[in-house]
Design a protein. Structure first.
Length: 108
């Protein structure tokens, strides 16, 4: 009930999973109104309960999310959201970026 020219949406895949929603389905619903997506994983299990494992190690169906983004011709910001505790964030960020690069590699 908002003006699509004035109001867009940000989607955090980890938050969606935590809420019991399918990120790929939400991408399809939001379509062109999706202005940014935070790629984050989610797991019901962890050393201290529910949380954010490294991207690719939780419940996020990355290929389905990428396919949904391609279907709606998404051309906005993609953010890697990494919350894994590490002595330095760089190795975890590099690992997450490698997962995203693989996921977004053009089909042969």
């Amino acid at each position: 009930m908002t003006n699509p020219q004035l109001v867009g949406f940000a989607l955090d895949t980890g938050h969606a999973l935590h809420a019991g929603k399918d990120p790929a389905a939400l991408i399809g619903v939001l379509g062109k109104r999706l202005g940014v997506i935070h790629f984050a994983d989610y797991s019901d299990q962890g050393s201290s309960g529910p949380g954010r494992p490294p991207l690719g190690e939780g419940r996020l169906n990355i290929p389905a999310a990428v396919a949904a983004l391609r279907k709606v011709d998404f051309d906005q910001w993609i953010v890697l959201e990494e919350q894994t505790v590490s002595a330095t964030g760089r190795p975890m960020a590099e690992r997450g970026l490698a997962v995203l690069r693989t996921a977004f590699r053009p089909a042969k």
